[in-house]
Design a protein around this ligand. Structure first.
Ligand SMILES: [Zn+2]
Length: 98
């Protein structure tokens, strides 16, 4: 698959229901998870022209419940700033109207 095809397939996944996390996208498209974030950044920029945006459902700490609301990076955080735990629910991505 070329990058354009990958991004279109990702957009289709992100448009469905609750959207998707990086692992699901990785599994569905058969590409490494580390490559997902670059494509997501590109998609986020290109969506503006279509009147859409990439909605980030923030990561959450499963130990203390801290929600990473201020985080704008698309990659998952490593540690919780509140309790230093690393048991985190990873972010999800979804298409939404701009
Ligand atoms: Zn925590």
């Amino acid at each position: 698959m070329d990058a354009k095809t990958i991004r279109q397939e990702m957009i289709d996944l992100l448009a469905e229901g609750e959207g998707a996390g990086a692992r699901e996208i990785s599994r569905a498209l058969g590409i490494p998870e580390r490559e997902i974030y670059g494509h997501l950044e590109h998609i986020a920029r290109s969506l503006k022209a279509r009147g859409l945006r990439l909605e980030l459902q923030p990561a959450r700490c499963l130990d203390c419940g801290f929600v990473f609301r201020k985080r704008r990076k698309l990659t998952p955080p490593g540690h919780c700033p509140s309790c230093r735990g690393s048991h985190l629910q990873r972010p999800r991505y979804r298409l939404a109207a701009a």
